[in-house]
Design a protein around this ligand. Structure first.
Ligand code: AMP
Ligand code: MG
Length: 394
């Protein structure tokens, strides 16, 4: 492959060319948050299904104030009254309970005087007052959600209201995450000199889940060619997307590229003109995408957000994040030949670097609201310059 590092946008276009939408699967509504609908949802019936009360009070016939009405029954939520309301009669009713036959209005508790078995209306009762009509929200057969809609909490709720327990959705991408490095220890483990905690395996899994995808394998492997190859072989069997961190450079202990090529994964690019994240590798085998991300924790996050996240969106049928811009609140020096992703906090509508920007400095990532892309060039990019803003949400 060409040795010259790709531009970020060219790398993204190349990746997009290898993404096709995953098949649809029948999904329980409680499992469908964040997925994209692969069918149209129509209302199975009127919602609400019956005229019902908007208030706690008394259902009666509309008419003048000062009438005294005999209470002949009660309509509670889920327990309609089996009576018909005539002149001079009322039914005690709860919010959401079905309107009894004969009644066309509800007097709220606050506008009646209760006297044992009867109530006296303190106000005139106009027809339809405090009555919610059947079908006011949805009419049977109406389109409720169009195919392609992303399912958030409200969409899931309305699908249930429309009568659905399952939905046909583009299925979640299955992602395998592999962290490489002899120096890595599990969270909480004691460290010997030169060791560090494997933060990438946790962060990358969190990013995968935040992207709406499913982690099907999460594994640490040491810097050993056979172990690396075995882990990738398993990952390639299970996953739509394999994401790995570390071991992707050219040192004697970097085995990722060799292992992948040995397993028949075709390299599409290696190296992007980006800081942090230059040695990013991308390849595929039979439609399974493989992202070899650099090991430094900030590099791994930045390259996941720039390259793996858009791929997961495309596979899962989700639209890409809209491009946003912001103004720099301070001057930032440019890298001469790489575009730089700088961790920023947003104050008002300006972006300020969160602190030291080394690719190993996770603390300045944890303080960040977003990333900005500082285009390569000479000298400083002046305060006030308008630049691209990248969300930390994949
Ligand atoms: P590599 O890309 O393997 O050369 O790793 C670059 C740097 O990132 C090294 O200093 C590693 O210790 C660090 N690193 C690699 N993998 C991880 C990880 N999973 N968690 C935290 N740091 C890592
Ligand atoms: Mg390494």
């Amino acid at each position: 492959m060409a040795d010259k590092p790709l531009n970020i946008a060219d790398a993204q276009v190349l990746i997009a060319g290898h993404c096709s939408i995953l098949p649809a699967a029948t999904t329980a509504v409680d499992e469908a948050l964040g997925l994209v609908l692969a069918e149209q949802v129509t209302a199975g019936g009127d919602v609400p299904s019956r005229d019902n009360s908007a208030m706690d009070g008394f259902a009666a016939r509309s008419g003048s104030a000062s009438r005294t009405l005999t209470v002949i029954g009660e309509s509670r939520a889920g327990h309609p009254a089996a009576v018909t309301v005539g002149d001079g009669e009322a039914v005690r009713i709860s919010t959401g309970a079905t309107m009894p036959e004969g009644a066309d209005a509800v007097a709220p508790i606050e506008v009646v005087k209760e006297n044992g078995e009867s109530v006296t209306l303190l106000e005139e009762l106009t027809a339809g007052r405090n009555v919610r009509l059947a079908g006011e929200d949805l009419r049977a057969g109406d389109e409720v959600l169009a195919a392609g809609r992303e399912l958030g909490p409200a969409e899931l709720g309305i699908a249930v209201a429309a009568g659905r327990a399952e939905l046909s959705c583009t299925r979640r991408a299955r992602v395998a995450v592999i962290a490489t490095g002899d120096e890595l220890r599990e969270p909480g483990e004691a460290l010997a000199p030169g060791e560090l905690h494997d933060s990438n395996l946790t962060t990358l899994q969190a990013l995968v889940r935040a992207a709406g995808a499913e982690v099907v394998l999460a594994r640490h492997v040491g810097d050993d060619p056979t172990a690396t190859s075995d882990a990738f072989a398993e990952a390639l069997e299970l996953a739509d997307v394999v994401v790995c961190s570390g071991g992707v450079s050219v040192g004697p202990h970097d085995h990722v590229k060799g292992a992948l090529l040995g397993l028949g994964v075709e390299e599409h690019f290696w190296r992007v003109a980006l800081r942090p994240g230059r040695p990013t590798w991308f390849g595929s085998r039979d439609g399974t995408l493989v992202f070899g991300l650099p090991g430094n924790p900030v590099s791994a996050m930045v390259t996941f957000l720039l390259f793996a996240a858009p791929a997961l969106r495309a596979l899962q049928g989700r639209p890409q994040q809209p491009t946003q811009t912001t103004a720099l609140g301070e001057s930032i020096s440019r890298h001469p030949d790489r575009d730089e992703c700088v961790r920023v906090r947003i104050e008002g509508d300006e972006a300020f670097a969160t602190g030291p920007q080394g690719s190993h400095i996770l603390s300045s990532m944890a303080l960040a609201d977003a990333l900005v892309v500082i285009p390569r060039g000479e000298g400083l990019l002046a305060a006030g310059s308008v630049i691209e803003l990248m969300s930390l949400q994949p």
